[in-house]
Design a protein around this ligand. Structure first.
Ligand code: GLA
Length: 379
């Protein structure tokens, strides 16, 4: 068992006095490219990362216990804008689509950095969904579980997010990125053997935190895209073409939002093609262009994210961009392993010189999605 899985099991035993019936864990993700496209029916290219949330779960009373926060909360309750919302939301979503769950309790432990755009929330949701599915014998597919997790975000948490994070956490494969068509949910596993390619996936956590539900900026972008699609007479921006966008001119931010989505979809498909061909140089250029589009057209970057991208590039990164929703959080860069120390050093110096808080750096490898670690037999 991994360290966080052992901690979840120990916390369950300590808290509830018995062994759990099911133990699962699910990873966070970084998105290589395809940002703010999922809720527009478009394309994304994430990979799961070697940071996970583990859930030890069983039947009975006792609530939800977090080993990381050292607190126990009821299994149901009003929205708290805190960690219990995610497992509660998943159980709510399963009930919404007609599944009956027994009384359940769970302990959680994880090492996905929280609130930084690496999908710690999707990891809790995915691990909980997989564990509840196993406990109740629901036999749902991974894709169905991902849709339930998204329903939890949309209907329970009130965040109009797309399906990328939950899909990545449940369906990614090791040493692959996942090209997902977020409308048809057609997926393709695209090989991403970083070590063989001599490429390191560097993540810079700017330390600037934001809560998607709290400030509403994410939902505002979703609404702007819907307005743009309606004005263009298409179901979703995925259906719009660059040539059509002239028809939006003069109507506020919508033309820029739409331009980002339409060009980002094209970049994502081109990036997947580059990856299939092992062409990291092209992938890197597309990542750079994605960042510029998110900064200038989508307005979701920040001075800290821009500084990382700019410096990483100056120091020879193959490509760099913010990852996830933006507005703070993390940025990624593809760099040669030899350059890691010089890039992180230069970024840390620049952050200090510009009066930003200290950044945190991680190097991740693409891992497989959620898994059942143990399940008691004969239930
Ligand atoms: C968040 C959401 C995703 C996606 C990204 C932006 O991570 O949860 O569904 O929209 O932002 O690409």
């Amino acid at each position: 068992m991994r360290e966080m899985e052992e901690r979840a099991v120990a916390a369950y035993r300590e808290r509830f006095g018995t062994a759990p019936e099911v133990v699962t864990s699910a990873p966070g993700r970084v998105n290589l490219i395809g940002e703010h496209t999922d809720y527009n029916g478009g394309f994304v290219l994430p990979c799961a990362i070697d940071r996970r949330v583990a859930v030890a779960l069983g039947r009975g009373p006792g609530g939800l216990h977090s080993a990381d926060f050292g607190e126990t909360r009821p299994t149901t309750g009003p929205l708290e804008h805190a960690w219990p919302d995610y497992p509660r939301g998943v159980a709510w979503a399963l009930a919404e689509v007609g599944h009956t769950l027994p009384e359940w309790r769970a302990a959680f432990a994880g090492d996905v950095p929280r609130g930084s755009g690496l999908s710690s929330s999707a990891a809790i949701e995915a691990a909980t969904a997989l564990a509840l599915d196993a406990l109740a014998g629901l036999d749902l597919s991974r894709a169905e579980l991902a849709r339930c997790c998204q329903r939890a975000e949309n209907g329970y948490l009130g965040i109009n997010s797309g399906i990328m994070d939950q899909y990545a956490s449940l369906l990614c494969q090791a040493d692959h990125a996942l090209l997902l068509d977020c409308r048809s949910l057609r997926e393709e596993q695209v090989p991403l053997d970083l070590d063989a390619a001599g490429v390191a996936l560097l993540v810079c956590d700017t330390g600037v935190r934001r809560n998607l539900a709290a400030d509403g900026a994410y939902n505002e972008r979703v609404a702007e895209c819907r307005r743009a699609a309606a004005a263009l007479g298409v179901a979703q921006l995925r259906d719009a073409r660059l040539d059509d966008l002239g028809r939006l001119s003069g109507s506020g931010v919508e033309p820029r939002r739409a331009r980002h989505v339409v060009t980002e979809d094209a970049r994502t498909l081109a990036a997947a093609a580059a990856l299939r061909a092992g062409d990291f140089a092209t992938l890197g250029r597309l990542m750079d262009a994605s960042h510029a589009s998110l900064r200038d057209d989508y307005d979701v970057s920040s001075p800290e994210l821009d500084a990382f991208v700019e410096i990483a590039r100056e120091m020879g990164a193959i490509g760099a961009r913010l990852t996830g929703a933006g507005f703070g959080g993390c940025a990624i860069a593809l760099v040669s392993p030899e350059a890691l120390a010089s890039v992180t050093g230069a970024v840390a110096d620049a952050y200090a010189a510009r009066g930003f808080g200290p950044p945190m750096f991680y190097r991740f490898w693409p891992v497989a999605g959620a898994e059942i670690v143990t399940q008691a037999r004969g239930e």
